[in-house]
Write a new protein. Structure first.
Length: 201
């Protein structure tokens, strides 16, 4: 383990020398977002890639009726970027919004390109962690296919351990597709049971 969460993350995919890790860190700028701040917004082309050091973002969008929907969450030790917008220079279709105070290491597009040109293995490593991010996103969405709200909430607790008490009730309810009132009832019901895992049966 190192003193840098980013170093620890990157070393899961490839061995980087201390000098290479220093170079990678030098290309990032530390930034803090407060709850409600946007990392990226619909209608704009994504120009930055962030690594979440502390805190939680949510990815959300507005449907045709103007209703805001939470699609998924991005917590510590994950990269955050609208990948399609970033790669193909298309406007984002979703918002990335801070749910809690968030500390992020932000890479501008030019800085990211510098890493690709300087570190031989960077393009392959980049592909690996973006592939992992895509698979994680798919798995997190697939947990919501159950028609039962209590089951979806139980799946959320499994997928995001420790996250339920860090995010507003309305965002969590939107994510699992129930009203805040229904989620409150589900929580009370689970809290009243000796073993909350019964809710998944």
């Amino acid at each position: 383990m190192t003193d840098s969460p980013l170093d620890d993350f990157l070393l899961q995919f490839h061995y980087f020398s201390p000098q290479q890790l220093q170079l990678i860190r030098s290309q990032a700028v530390a930034r803090t977002y407060q709850p409600g701040d946007y990392f990226s917004e619909a209608g704009r082309v994504a120009q930055e890639i962030g690594f979440v050091v502390a805190g939680v973002f949510r990815v959300c969008y507005f449907d045709r009726d103007g209703t805001e929907n939470t699609k998924y969450f991005v917590e510590e030790n994950h990269f955050v970027v609208d990948l399609q917008s970033y790669r193909f220079k298309q406007p984002c279709t979703e918002y990335v919004q801070a749910v809690t105070p968030v500390q992020v290491l932000v890479f501008q597009a030019r800085a990211w390109q510098t890493l690709s040109l300087t570190i031989l293995a960077w393009p392959q490593v980049e592909q690996q962690f973006f592939t992992r991010a895509l698979l994680e996103k798919m798995n997190r969405r697939s947990a919501l296919v159950s028609p039962n709200g209590a089951t979806r909430y139980a799946q959320f607790l499994t997928t995001f351990p420790g996250l339920a008490n860090r995010i507003p009730l309305a965002y969590l309810a939107s994510y699992i597709g129930v009203t805040p009132q229904s989620l409150s009832r589900i929580r009370r019901r689970l809290d009243s049971r000796p073993d909350s895992s019964d809710a998944t049966t």
